[in-house]
Structure formats: structure tokens, C-alpha cells
Design a protein around this ligand. Sequence first.
Ligand code: MG
Length: 218
Amino acid sequence: MNFKIPEFPSLQFGSIYCIGRNYAEHIKEMKSSQTASPVVFLKPRSSLIFNNGAITIPEDSENVHHEVELVLLIGNECRNVSKDSANKAVLAIAVGIDLTARDIQTEAKKKGLPWALAKGFDTFAPVGNFIAVDHSVDLQNLEISLSVNGNLRQKGNTSNMIFPVTDIISYLSHRFTLYPGDLIFTGTPEGVSRIKPGDKIQAQIGNHLSTLTVHVQA
Ligand code: MG
């Protein structure tokens, strides 16, 4: 696979960090509880797909959910950045979907096991086009939505994040060195639901700044 980022050809996709439980209404629908610090997990690069790509439902799951999210593209190497300077690390944003095998995740949660298997299958990280951000864009006031076969399933605003982008970047960078090309999925608002073979999924962020259309392989 070619990991070059089309909009930034000098960069390659790197690590894919993801934040869980970052919107109160999603925590409620999952009957989950809020945490004092961000919930962090990772996906492998092999889970990436792009506009017009196809999601494959894995054989070992009968309940794959969409989770629409703001995705950050890191533009410079950073370690131990403060919340005040964290925004400078963001080169671009995109809309993305954190696909989740909910049945596998539920089992993992029960057993206290990691989420890698539930979150990391091939095709489980679709991302839309990347839009460079100048720092007049307010990352904490972006509309985000997702529809399946034309029916709106998720609609939220990044203003409802529990841990804003600056907190997430600062928190991660105190534990992992972030590199140009790394992605951060920042959590999903409410409305997650099951996808089925043949579904057409459309997502967008920031009044169509970044858009994504993918389908589920029949
Ligand atoms: Mg998620």
C-alpha cells in the first residue's frame, strides 16, 4: 500500500491515534462512563481507506458501527507540547469514520482486554479529503454529520468534545512523540449504528470542508 498523503505528497501516513468517550451523549448511548483523562487506542495504517473506498465487514463480527469523527493531521514533530501551543501541531483536518466491531468490543470490555481487534480491521479507518487549517479555523466549532443511504444518523458539533483538540494533543505528546503524518481521531458524537453490506455512507465536517463517501462491500 502507498501511504503517501495525496494533499501533502511530502508526507506519509504514520501512527493512527484515537480518542474514545469524548462526547457526553455518546457515552450515554453506550451506557458507559466519563473518564478523568482521555481514553486512547490505536489503529494500524492498514485500516485506512479513502473516498469511494469499500468497507469490508469482517467474518467474525455481526455488528459493525459507524462513528463519525474529526480527524487531525499532525504537521510537525512534537513532544511535551502545552495546551497553549498544541494547535500549531495541526496541519490539516478531515472527516473520518472510526469503524467499530461493537460485538467484539463489548466482549473485550467485559474481559478487560484491549480494543485493537474491534477497531483495527482492514478498511476500518476511512478518511475524507484533508483541508489545511490556518489558525483562524475554530476546531471546536465544526458541524459534523454522517448519513447512511441518505438517512441522517449522526449530527454533532466539535464544541461538545469533553477533551478539546488542544488537550488531546498535549496529552498524547506527553506520552508519545508525534510525527508529521500521524493522525488523531478525536471521538464520536451520538447516533452510532450498525452498517450492512450494500450501504452507502456519507460523512462531512465543517459545512462540507471535508467530505467522505464510502460503501459497504456486499
Ligand atoms: Mg470512536
